[in-house]
Ligand binder design. Structure first.
Ligand code: HEC
Length: 165
């Protein structure tokens, strides 16, 4: 047999072999009480964009595509979802304190404004998650408004506390 056939056979065996390595995909959790959708700062329109373009990496509601169950792509998906959730998790929005919320919203405006999010590798595989210029503008405008809203809400809570004393 030619060396090429050996190489191909070796590669095929390797691909089969790596399937036994656990993929460690982060767990799924639906119905999250602390989701940003319940916070009153997202309209339905913005919520839909975030869901389509960001939730697979930035929430507990990842929809895992078929290639996330096949090594080695499963390792890349697991890493993006793990690191994505760590950086920003829309499912656990209500757990963030004021500073964290402001920071995340500011980061969202920057990342989406510069078109670095959603990650290109993701939009390649999920063309419907790609944001056009007008969607990007709406997300940036929303994130900036939401920062004001979050601040106002915080001031209102402070006042209620003051009145109660
Ligand atoms: C394919 C997975 C994936 C998708 C889809 C995705 N992100 Fe990310 N995102 C990541 C990962 C991984 C990180 C952490 C590493 C990094 O900063 O590159 C991250 C980081 C971030 C950060 C934090 C940056 C910082 O400076 O800490 C923000 C904000 C963000 N993403 C917003 C978004 C928004 C908004 C969307 C949707 C429009 C989105 N991402 C879509 C994977 C993703």
């Amino acid at each position: 047999m030619s060396p090429r056939v050996y190489m191909f056979a070796g590669f095929a065996l390797l691909l089969i072999g790596v399937q036994v390595v656990p993929n460690e995909l982060p767990a799924l959790e639906l119905a999250n009480q602390g989701d940003i959708a319940m916070s009153g700062i997202v309209s339905e329109e913005i919520g839909t964009i975030l869901r389509t373009s960001c939730y697979s990496c930035h929430s507990n509601e990842t929809s895992y595509p078929w290639y996330s169950y096949v090594a080695p792509s499963s390792w890349l998906v697991a890493k993006d979802v793990r690191e994505g959730r760590e950086a920003l998790n829309f499912s656990q929005w209500q757990d963030y304190d004021l500073m964290e919320k402001l920071e995340k919203l500011d980061d969202i405006a920057i990342e989406v404004g510069e078109a670095t999010m959603p990650m290109e590798i993701y939009t390649l595989m999920h063309p419907s998650a790609k944001l056009d210029a007008s969607q990007r503008e709406r997300i940036v405008a929303w994130a900036e408004e939401a920062m004001d809203k979050v601040l106002e809400e915080e001031e209102e809570t402070d006042e209620t506390v003051d009145e109660g004393m």
